[in-house]
Design a protein around this ligand. Structure first.
Ligand code: FMN
Length: 184
């Protein structure tokens, strides 16, 4: 099983990173030998989709922008599980993750680039519930996965700033670890 873990937060060892690592430790603890690739999107050169549509009409499935996405496309295509880990930014995903997702538009015309994959959404957010941000992002991913025929197997969100940082939230870290363990 190949796992592509996308860290959408710019903060290494921040809340989202720690939550993602707990999930990955769970996968590792399952002992099933999953091959995990963790990508820190913030240090990648990923330009915004230019909507030129060349990927749909000229060279099907190929993006003309020559940047770090060219190495990430095959990783995405080969992944059985894609983990999207993001802080909620302005009721949405981080721009680092959004750019990655927009660029995956290039794969939209290639059959089976998305279909059949498992998807996991890990969220951190500052505002205590009721806070529509995490709910909006969850619905967004439900729609995307439904449209692209991906199986959204896990969604987990945790409040940070106004509650406690993930580093101190043993319950959340343990819950996410157990979730990861199940998908191994
Ligand atoms: C640019 C920016 C926008 C944010 N927007 C929201 C928001 O809309 N809703 C919310 O609950 N928290 C928001 N936050 C708080 C972060 O989601 C929260 O602190 C998160 O846990 C940060 O994760 P990190 O430690 O991985 O950076 C925002 C933070 C930043 C920097």
């Amino acid at each position: 099983m190949k796992v592509l873990a996308l860290l959408g937060s710019p903060r290494k060892k921040g809340n989202t990173d720690l939550l993602l690592d707990a999930y990955l430790k769970g996968i590792e603890a399952s002992g099933k030998g999953a091959e995990v690739s963790k990508v820190y999107l913030h240090e990648k050169n990923i330009r915004n989709c230019a909507a030129c549509d060349a990927c749909h009409v000229v060279n099907i499935g190929k993006c003309v922008i020559q940047d770090d996405m060219q190495a990430l496309y095959p990783e995405f295509i080969e992944a059985d599980v894609v983990i999207y880990a993001t802080p909620v930014y302005w009721w949405s995903v981080s721009s680092q993750l959004k750019s990655f997702m927009d660029r995956c538009y290039a794969l939209g015309s290639v059959e089976d680039s998305f279909a059949g994959k498992k998807a996991v959404l890990l969220l951190t957010y500052g505002g205590e519930l009721p806070n529509k941000g995490p709910e909006i992002v969850r619905v967004c991913f439900e729609e995307i996965c439904d449209y692209k025929e991906m199986d959204l197997i896990d969604v987990y969100g945790v409040c940070t700033d106004e509650y406690m940082p993930v580093a101190e939230n043993a319950a959340a870290l343990n819950e996410v670890f157990e979730m990861g363990k199940k998908i191994g």
